[in-house]
Design a protein around this ligand. Structure first.
Ligand code: CMP
Length: 483
């Protein structure tokens, strides 16, 4: 098909050349007679205009012959270069060759036929001609020179995939002419981007002889193991068509998303122009591989945790452990099982990170704490430096001073490690005090002891029964208990 078209073209060219040559030859040999005829028609004396008319026609005919000659030369020269050296000259170079060769031939013919006309002067003196030409050819020349610079720079070649232009057109380069870059998009549309526009825009080039990469995204449920997912997807992708064997695909976690774990697979293509098909094939392979391996895609989901609470039930699933912990606290030893359960229900669990402050000296407080898990340090500030007063372990309590007296917190309490504490509020303690008046007494003694520990180490005060009695009446006052 292509061959017969080529033959047709050659035959057509030969016929056109023969006609042009014949016409030129005939006109040339008959030109004296034509001149005489013209002179007779236009007037008796030989007129210069008859000469001019004949020469213009000669120039026209020579122009046609010259053009055909240059085309033949072009085909011969570049066809030969392609045959011998496998160099496929770009259209732009061919066009420039044609224009230059034709202009030279035309100028030679012109000076031969019109020896009296000074061509140089004609061009240089005509300012108006220059302005008109410049304005008319502004865009054309811009494209032409941009095309030349593209050819010189050779940022891409025919066959490469490029993304270019304000609308980010992507396609395979088909031709770079003196006016535009012609690309064929993946929808089989032809897009022409003027060279001057292309020269101004960033162009993304994926060269044909380069290992270009693509990234495809997918996701899994949080319950699916990343190590397994990565292995399964990598093996599925590397076997897909058009995926280069030279580089192993990379599968990695991109994000921990709302619906699942987001992954990306990066792979390298043998033929980048087929990336749409290959991306689709890879997604398909991932689907089948997931099926076989029991992996699941994540789709928008919400998991609702419904907490059902009935009256009298412990707030925490771990209620038994809390009650157990509270019953082991020495000051709560006199409490009955029901009272412990009541306290456990009222207790709120908090977790603190290592070094986090549980309570801060000077702040108001209306609850006490029991160390459930971990350890805390009681610190006071002395001369601007922290002094450790005590370290409390699991089963110890703190924060009772502010709770029972209504005074601000006397010390800082910090978690020494990840620590879980049980917070018991004012109301729950009051209920316990109402039924256990002895408890107030034992507490007041402990508090008096702790107060002494808080005093400067240089103080050598001993626990006096007075201070304990003072605390006792302060607690009773605060909780409105009988004195
Ligand atoms: P409160 O004053 O409410 O806040 C700081 C807490 O640190 C305080 O209650 C006590 O529970 C605790 N505390 C203060 N001094 C000591 C101490 N010497 N030994 C143990 N704990 C203390």
């Amino acid at each position: 098909m292509a061959r017969s078209r080529f033959t047709n073209k050659v035959v057509l060219f030969l016929v056109a050349s023969a006609i042009a040559l014949l016409a030129t030859y005939l006109f040339w040999s008959l030109s004296p007679e034509i001149k005489v005829l013209l002179n007779e028609r236009m007037g008796a004396s030989p007129s210069p205009s008859a000469d001019t008319i004949v020469n213009v026609v000669k120039l026209f005919l020579v122009g046609i012959v010259g053009y055909l000659f240059v085309r033949a030369l072009n085909a011969l020269f570049f066809g030969l270069a392609f045959r011998l050296k496998r160099i496929d000259a770009p259209t732009l170079i061919r066009n420039i060759f044609t224009i230059v060769a034709f202009t030279i031939l035309f100028l030679i013919a012109f000076t031969f036929l019109f020896p009296g006309v000074n061509l140089g002067a004609l061009f240089t003196t005509s300012a108006i001609f220059g302005v008109i030409l410049g304005l008319a050819l502004q865009d054309t020349l811009g494209n032409f020179f941009a095309g030349i610079s593209l050819q010189a720079d050779r940022p891409f070649q025919v066959g490469d995939v490029i993304t270019v232009g304000a609308h980010r057109h992507t396609g395979v380069v088909e031709e770079i002419s003196w006016r535009a870059i012609k690309i064929r998009t993946f929808q089989n549309h032809v897009v022409l981007i003027a060279n001057s526009n292309a020269a101004r825009e960033p162009i993304e080039v994926c060269p044909r002889d380069n290992l270009n990469a693509r990234v495809v995204f997918f996701n899994t449920l949080y319950t699916d193991s990343p190590a397994k997912t990565i292995h399964v997807v990598r093996e599925a992708v590397r076997e897909a068509d058009n995926v280069s064997e030279k580089v192993t695909p990379i599968v990695r976690i991109r994000d921990l998303g709302d619906n699942g774990v987001d992954y990306e697979v990066k792979y390298w293509l043998e033929d980048y122009a087929k990336y749409n098909d290959t991306d689709a094939l890879i997604r398909q392979r991932i689907w089948y591989a997931f099926r076989r391996a029991g992996l699941n895609f994540a789709f928008p989901t919400r998991t609702l945790h419904v907490e059902r609470r009935r009256g009298g039930e412990l707030r925490d699933g771990d209620g038994g452990a809390i009650a157990e912990r509270l019953s082991a606290v020495d000051i709560f030893a006199p409490l009955s099982g029901d009272e412990i359960t009541m306290l456990a229900q009222a207790a709120v669990r908090h977790v603190f990170a290592p070094s986090e402050t549980v309570i801060r000296a000077g702040e108001p407080g209306s609850s006490m704490f029991v160390v459930h898990k971990g350890r805390v340090r009681v610190q006071v500030s002395e001369n601007g430096r922290p002094r450790t007063v005590a370290t409390l372990n699991e089963g110890d309590f703190f924060g009772e001073m502010a709770l029972f007296t209504g005074e601000p917190r006397t010390a800082n309490v910090l978690a020494l490690e990840e620590t879980e504490v049980l917070e018991i509020g004012h109301a729950a303690m009051k209920r316990v005090f109402d039924t256990n008046p002895d408890l107030v007494e034992s507490l007041s003694f402990i508090m008096a002891e702790r107060r002494q520990g808080l005093a400067s180490q240089t103080d050598s005060t001993t626990i006096s029964s007075d201070s304990s009695a003072g605390i006792l009446s302060a607690i009773k006052r605060f909780f409105g208990l009988h004195q």
